[in-house]
Design a protein around this ligand. Sequence first.
Ligand code: FEO
Length: 394
Amino acid sequence: MKIKVKNNVDWVGKIDWELKKFHGNEYSTHRGSTYNSYLVREGKNLVIDTVWKPFAKEYVDNLKNEIELRKIDYVIANHAEIDHSGALPELMQYIPDTPIYCTKNGIKSLKGHYHQDWNFHPVKTGDKIEIGNGKALIFVEMKMLHWPDSMACYLTGDNILFSNDAFGQHYASEYMFNDLVDQAELYSECIKYYANILTPFSSILEKKINEVLSLKLPIDIIATSHGVIWRDNPIQIVEKYISWAKNYQENQITILYDTMWNGTKIMAENIASGIKKSDSKVNIKLFNIAKADKNDIITEIFKSKIILVGSPTIGRGITSATAGILEEIEGLGFKNKKAAAFGCYGWSGESVDKLSNLLTKSGFELINQGIKCLWNPDNESIEKCIAFGTEISK
Ligand code: FEO
């Protein structure tokens, strides 16, 4: 299967409707994903990125229908992570001497993954290869977006930026173009991808986007490595990234809690009603950490100005589900957000202090020392939770 992108550029990747988890178990893909590979046929023939390893044979068989493999002049590996390089071993069996263009770090990663001494050609920003018919491919290093080896490349003449992971989404579609899919679904997958994968690299990303824009290259199409190809106003996703990279937040407070006998849940619900009482405009969302999808939670945290995290005390600490999401939050390094903790207890009640410490360690500004509730909340405790919510919203 191929999909025409523009002129002599075809998509030859794989649409993976079945994918429900990505990066092992770290990222939920409710709407599947795609692994985008591109075949460019000009004076020279190029393959840009491949697909995830389980689809390697299918991918190469498909590619054989499009081109005699020995006629491929260059392979471009924008990124060595297995979802894009996984079919290289299968492909390179047929064309072992064909040069592979990637960054210096890309060579290290590809050798690390596959232990092969392929014909690597390291490239850096500004390097280019002439591919005939007056066109060239220009390379742009995208270090730490999101791996040390990441790069993009730009096809002159057709004005296509092959951006790899940047601007992508885990979103399967038979239509593969941004103007042909449900816009709300597309937006939600884009922001989830940014929140869960790119948040730690926001400051680098802003600089890199400005660097690329300062080159004033006309961009007609952004061909990502996951999800749809941006051909209708492709700059819209660049503009979104610029706003997301600037410590993004909406008028939203997200309440996360885990609960054993419903006490902490009752606290969460009454804190929410206290917030609503004093601010009817703020968006309030509640998630049971143990039940909700963690990547969806992370997306909602990304959108929030404040998060409130609740856990009952279990043993001397917090529940394992709460600890898990806090570990993830710490790694993502959110900035410019406030937080507070709450939780029920039956004897010593360490959870709230522990949560407060973890939130501070993760870079959140603590609004207060949190609220604890001994046993299940009675009327007095419920009133305190409502007052706590009101104070938070102020
Ligand atoms: Fe889609 Fe970083 O791999």
